[in-house]
Each structure stands twice: as structure tokens, then as C-alpha cells.
Ligand binder design. Structure first.
Ligand SMILES: NC(=O)c1ccc[n+]([C@@H]2O[C@H](COP(=O)([O-])OP(=O)(O)OC[C@H]3O[C@@H](n4cnc5c(N)ncnc54)[C@H](O)[C@@H]3O)[C@@H](O)[C@H]2O)c1
Length: 283
């Protein structure tokens, strides 16, 4: 039965002064999936730089060991597991390891994910199942294993994609699963609110990473000569994603839940609009 809510508790900021220290994650415990390279690696290292102990997992042992070494070189604690995030038993075993080492979790970053280019009609049931487990099942496994270890003030960040907010031709199942995670995030923002655990998404577009390289086909790469590839004149970076995760993990965002931060230089906002090289805009 839903409880009858009394008047809301006073804001956190009635007893705390907003200051540069408010972004620090000192002595918090973070879990990052897919931390051997790319966005996950930058995020794990950034969390450690802002004061967190960071538990990491990935199926790439070598890249993961390097991430752990970088976290420890910052004077922060770490533990790690070489595993497949699609395997729920492995996820439960990893979180048991995190609990034994740190006792609790404050921040969860569901970053591991990916896909492959293929027309929808060429994706068989096995391929579809792999994409669903990779981009959706892994997230639900981690949520079920981690939320019971989180206390008030906990923050979850799911890494989705601009493709979850627009069409993704050639990546239809991947895009649908990223959209599913964005919607799941909204529902869970309500379910987890009584625990004072927040859940948000970041939705990147075209961040150069080892996984991103080579995903586009030749036909995608052919741009129109009169149109700028992007409206923002600079490339994004894994560090732009990490920066948004730090904000969403910290007390600075403690009244933000169920939202998506678009790390895309304006792609999602633009819709179909393009910047013309000669000046002006076109659909
Ligand atoms: N790079 C981009 O432009 C971009 C754009 C939109 C969304 N994303 C999303 O950001 C996240 C990170 O992407 P990235 O570009 O850094 O990718 P990446 O391939 O460079 O890195 C992903 C890491 O996750 C690990 N991983 C993937 N699946 C795994 C599994 N089943 N089990 C264990 N480890 C696994 C990989 O080994 C790798 O180390 C993904 O969820 C991706 O969908 C990236």
C-alpha cells in the first residue's frame, strides 16, 4: 500500500553551504561497468580523481588492469572483475566482492554496452538476444545487485545514446534498447525516490573511443559537401561524458532524477536541422 506522505523534509542546502567542495566524492564508493577503455575508463579515473574508491569490471583483462593501476596511483581503493556484464550470476558475484571490500555503494555507472551495424532484417534471433542482453539486461542485472547496497544519497548513471532519442537505422535493436533504458530510468526515478537514490542518464553522440571506431559504414561517412557534419565546431571526448557523470554523482545534482543529460554538442536539440557551410541553416 502506498504510504501517505507527510510534508517534504527540508532541503539538504538548509544545512550545507554550496561551495566548490560540493562536487567532491571523497570516500564514496563507485562501480563502473565497461571500464577497460573509452567512456568507462575516463569515468572511472575521473571518479577517483574526485575522491571516490572505484570498483570496475570489463571482459578485457589488460585494459581493466591498467584502469585499476591508474585508480590506485591516485591513492584510491579499487577492486575489479573480468566478466561479462550479460551474465547475471557474474554480476551478483562482483557486487558480493564489492560489498566485502567496501561495504556499500554510492555511485553506479552502467556504461558497458555496444552494438554492430546491420539492417534489421539481417539480424537473427540470436543477434537480437545478444543486443538486448548487452544493452538492457546488463543494466537491470546491475540495478538489482547494486541498489540493495546503496544508501540515501546514492546516484545511478546509465549511459544511453543519442540513438535512444531518434532513429538509429542499421542499429535498430541497439537504439531501441537505449530508449528502453531511458524509459526504465524514468520509472525507477519514482520507485527509488523513497530511498533517496537518484537515477539519470547521459546520452552521448559520436565520442571517439576504441569501440566507436569503425562502427559507421562507408555510406554513413559520406557527408554532403555543403553541410557541416555537426553544429558544434569541436569534437566531443570521453572526458565530456566523465564530467557529466561527476556532476550527476555529486551533491550538486541532488534534486535531479529521471533525467537525461545529452553529451552531443547539440545533436539531439537540432533534430533534422543542419548548419550550412556558407552560413544559415537547412532541414
Ligand atoms: N562512443 C560513442 O560515440 C557513444 C555514443 C553513444 C553511446 N555510447 C555508449 O557509451 C558506452 C561506452 O561506449 P564506448 O564508446 O566507450 O565503447 P568502447 O567499446 O570503447 O568501450 C566499452 C567497454 O565496455 C566493455 N564491454 C562491452 N560489453 C561488455 C560486456 N558484455 N561485458 C563486459 N564488458 C563489456 C568493452 O570491453 C569495453 O572495454 C556504451 O554503452 C555505448 O553504447 C557511446
Amino acid at each position: 500500500m502506498p504510504s501517505i506522505r507527510s510534508s517534504p523534509a527540508p532541503s539538504f542546502w538548509e544545512n550545507q553551504q554550496l561551495s566548490p567542495d560540493s562536487i567532491l566524492l571523497s570516500d564514496r564508493v563507485a562501480v563502473v561497468t565497461g571500464a577497460a577503455q573509452g567512456i568507462g575508463k575516463a569515468t572511472a579515473i575521473a571518479l577517483a580523481r574526485f575522491g571516490a574508491d572505484v570498483a570496475v569490471c570489463d571482459r578485457d583483462a589488460e585494459g581493466l588492469a591498467d584502469t585499476v593501476a591508474q585508480i590506485e596511483a591516485l591513492g584510491r581503493g579499487s577492486c575489479s572483475a573480468v566478466m561479462d556484464v550479460r551474465d547475471e550470476d557474474a554480476v551478483q558475484a562482483f557486487l558480493a566482492q564489492v560489498k566485502a571490500r567496501f561495504g556499500t555503494v554510492h555511485v553506479l555507472v552502467n556504461n558497458a554496452g555496444g552494438g554492430f551495424w546491420s539492417e534489421f532484417l539481417a539480424v537473427n534471433a540470436k543477434g537480437e538476444n545478444a543486443l538486448v542482453r548487452e544493452n538492457f539486461g546488463s543494466v537491470t542485472h546491475f540495478l538489482r545487485a547494486t541498489v540493495p547496497l546503496m544508501t540515501e544519497g546514492g546516484s545511478i548513471v546509465n549511459v544511453t545514446s543519442v540513438e535512444g532519442h531518434r532513429a538509429g537505422p542499421g542499429f535498430a535493436i541497439y537504439s531501441a534498447m537505449k530508449a528502453a533504458v531511458a524509459n526504465l530510468t524514468k520509472s525507477l526515478s519514482m520507485e527509488f525516490a523513497s530511498r533517496m537514490i537518484r537515477i539519470n542518464c547521459i546520452a552521448p553522440d559520436m565520442i571517439p573511443t576504441p569501440g566507436d571506431a569503425g562502427l559507421m559504414t562507408d555510406s554513413d561517412a559520406v557527408g554532403l559537401p555543403e553541410v557541416e557534419a555537426k553544429s558544434w565546431p569541436e569534437e566531443g571526448s570521453s572526458w565530456d561524458c566523465a564530467a557529466a557523470v561527476i556532476f550527476l554523482a555529486s551533491d550538486l545534482s541532488r534534486f535531479i532524477t529521471g533525467s537525461t543529460v545529452h553529451i552531443d554538442g547539440g545533436t539531439e536539440a537540432a533534430g533534422g536541422w543542419k548548419v550550412m557551410k556558407k552560413g544559415g541553416f537547412s532541414l
